[in-house]
Write a protein that binds this ligand. Structure first.
Ligand SMILES: Cc1ncc(COP(=O)(O)O)c(C=O)c1O
Length: 453
């Protein structure tokens, strides 16, 4: 560096020193630590992210992630469909679109929702980047810091992450094998009102719950709607798995009982393919308007390529036949998982899912699912600890097992390995009165790795 350059460098340096003296210090690891918004301080990566990096290795049987198995998709058909789409409608498919989403697709979504007994109008639909973005938008337009979201115990980890990002307080309501318990919901809402809390919405996954695997019964559906109406609490009904019932057609959605009291979320991720990133929200008219504005300011417009691809797939392929194929594949995998649990881990208990991807396992007494995870991964099997699905640190005695991705043989092997770990941990309990223990740091929700979703 020449003398001039050195001088200029010095000048810059002393300017930086002055700025540093005036500004509050960051940390050595993050110079911007003191600059974050309050809500960002609550964001921290799940402790198990690094474990999941290992869990994705081929020698590990992952019963952790909720990745749909898309092996059965007609790839040749989709390749030809995409080529044709680009040839014939390329300039449209590769352009920005409207913030609400393509009308052509919204009209088809109306037809898809008829399976849930919903009679909607395309104007009331907002197409989103997966239903995950719809969760984010609804939370953004309703939640002030400290507002309460009531949610099932346990709840979808990706929704808990969104609620935390907007600084909501999540209050859990118990479920049983028939889904959310109406009397408990009523009691919780009454108590919250008495305590002067502002409850903005109930977040619920009525069908083939993630992670609990249970389905809200037909009898309970109007009850839940009536309770929320009486307490003036909006319902956020999240239904990505509804068409994936193994033995029966979908039950009527909560939305079908009360069009004005429910925001309904749907997705093509599990019934077609998540890579297109297309989901939707069906909302009361005024809410829909705000959702569109919020979405435009976040992403301008949802993916045109994704929307037109899905619109073409729905209109030119036997998409419902594909859904039926998925159902029978996942049914076979569910059977493999429940069979292996009965064979290798009879001392545990589990839910019996009638659709979807997950079963919720209660471990033998004294075991800590979060603490046991490193040991499980060492034994080449991965799961998600129950703690990921609560906002308040519960869930150590549970694990979520996914049967969607591995083959039935791998599922059986995974459960066998898990049983070995559980038996070793149970032995520690019987010898020392305690198994591997984990002290949780604080009570905040961790931001899940996509592998846990
Ligand atoms: C209950 C639930 N809601 C929402 C989502 C988000 O799905 P997507 O954004 O792919 O539509 C998932 C994904 O696993 C889920 O299980």
């Amino acid at each position: 560096m020449n003398a001039q350059g050195a001088q200029a460098g010095q000048g810059e340096h002393s300017g930086q020193d002055a700025a540093a003296a005036a500004a509050p210090a960051g940390t050595r690891l993050d110079p911007w630590f003191t600059s974050y918004a309050d809500r960002a301080h609550g964001m921290r990566a799940s402790e198990v992210r690094s474990l999941f990096a290992v869990a994705n290795r081929p020698e590990v049987v992952s019963l952790a992630g909720g990745m749909p198995n898309i092996d059965g998709l007609p790839l040749d058909f989709l390749a030809e469909m995409t080529a044709k789409l680009l040839r014939e409608r390329g300039p449209r498919a590769l352009q920005y679109g409207g913030g609400q989403g393509e009308e052509e697709l919204r009209e088809q979504i109306v037809e898809v929702m008829r399976y849930d007994h919903i009679h909607a109008h395309p104007d009331d639909i907002v197409v989103t980047t997966g239903s995950q973005q719809a969760l984010d938008l609804v939370t953004e337009i309703f939640i002030n810091p400290g507002d309460v979201v009531v949610a099932e115990a346990p709840s979808y980890v990706g929704a808990l992450g969104v609620f935390r990002a907007y600084q909501a307080d999540v209050v859990h309501v118990p479920m049983d094998d028939d889904g959310l318990v109406p009397a408990e919901l009523d009691r919780t809402l009454t108590e919250l009102k008495r305590a002067g809390r502002t409850v903005k919405f109930l977040y619920t996954v009525p069908n083939f719950h993630n992670p609990a695997g249970v389905t809200l019964t037909l009898e309970r559906r109007p009850e839940i709607v009536e309770i929320c109406r009486r307490h003036h609490v909006l319902i956020l009904e999240d239904n990505p798995y509804g068409l994936l019932g193994f033995d029966a057609d979908p039950l009527p959605a909560l939305k079908s009982f009360d069009a004005d009291g429910v925001v309904y979320l749907g997705s093509f991720s599990k019934t077609f393919a998540p890579g297109y990133r297309v989901g939707w929200a069906l909302a009361p008219h005024a809410v829909r308007e705000k959702l569109v504005l919020a979405s435009e300011s976040a992403i301008l417009s949802p993916t045109m390529m994704g929307q037109l691809s899905i619109a073409t797939y729905l209109s030119t392929y036997d998409w419902y036949g594909q859904v039926k194929q998925y159902r029978s594949m996942y049914r076979e995998r569910r059977d493999a998982m429940l069979g292996a649990l009965a064979e290798f881990l009879p001392e545990a208990s589990w839910t019996v899912p009638e659709g979807g991807f997950y079963t919720w396992v209660t471990l033998p007494a004294g075991l800590d699912a979060q603490a046991m995870l490193p040991r499980a991964v060492t034994n080449l099997v991965a799961y998600v600890s129950g703690t990921a699905f609560y906002a308040d640190g519960q869930g150590r005695d549970h694990v979520r097992l996914s049967f969607c991705y591995p083959t039935p043989e791998r599922i059986r092997e995974g459960v066998r390995r898990l049983a070995t770990v559980v038996h070793a941990e149970s032995e520690l309990v019987s010898m020392f009165g305690t198994a591997t223990h984990h002290d949780r740091i604080g009570d905040s929700v961790e931001f899940p790795s996509p592998d846990q979703v």
